[in-house]
Design a binder for this molecule. Structure first.
Ligand code: SF4
Length: 177
């Protein structure tokens, strides 16, 4: 508690060689994602993380480097909450399914630009309307992923593939040439 995030990253072994920090989820997958710059300037305590726009939550820090596809990552998180929903209340039971299926549609190359606003809207309708905290937990990452990395989602919708994988493929091709 109170350790600078940059120090925590260093103590954990740092990033792999040649990689740059892309984003951080400071308190487990149910807390908002932060940009790299924001994370590198905060300390691991309630107030600092709240001021940065997220929560300490469960304290399980998730660190993503520049090879991480945010579309695939959010889809993976959405599938987890969809799978975990017990189905007792409608916004969570139906909403987590909507979130997962719309994201999977984007991954399958059938996404539409309107899907991004639809995802945010579904998340807003789940938040605060469920019996337990899992509903809020499922909705929270959606808004922050799309707000910080909307261009990645738009690229995936337009091209049917990940901008991250496209960029790394080009770098590998250039290295071969
Ligand atoms: S919010 Fe909780 S109680 Fe409601 S369906 Fe989801 S997991 Fe079940």
């Amino acid at each position: 508690m109170g350790t600078p995030f940059s120090k925590l990253l260093e103590l954990a072994g740092g990033l792999k060689e040649g990689r740059t920090l892309k984003a951080v989820i400071p308190g487990g997958s149910s807390t908002p994602l932060l940009s790299a710059d924001t994370a590198m300037n905060m300390t691991m305590d309630y107030d600092s993380i709240a001021n940065a726009g997220s929560m300490l939550g469960a304290g399980s820090v998730i660190i993503m480097d520049d090879t991480t596809c945010m579309v695939k990552t959010l889809t993976r998180l959405a599938h987890f909450y969809y799978d975990e929903s017990c189905g007792q209340c409608t916004p969570c039971r139906e909403g987590t399914g909507w979130l997962y299926r719309v994201l999977q549609r984007i991954l399958d190359g059938n996404g539409k630009n309107e899907d991004l606003d639809l995802l945010v809207s579904v998340g807003e309708k789940i938040s605060g309307n469920t019996i337990c905290a899992l509903g809020d937990a499922a909705a929270t990452p959606v808004e922050s992923f799309i707000r910080h990395f909307r261009h990645e989602f738009e690229y995936y919708i337009k091209h049917g593939r990940s901008i991250v994988e496209s960029e790394h493929h080009l770098i590998e091709e250039e290295a071969i040439v």
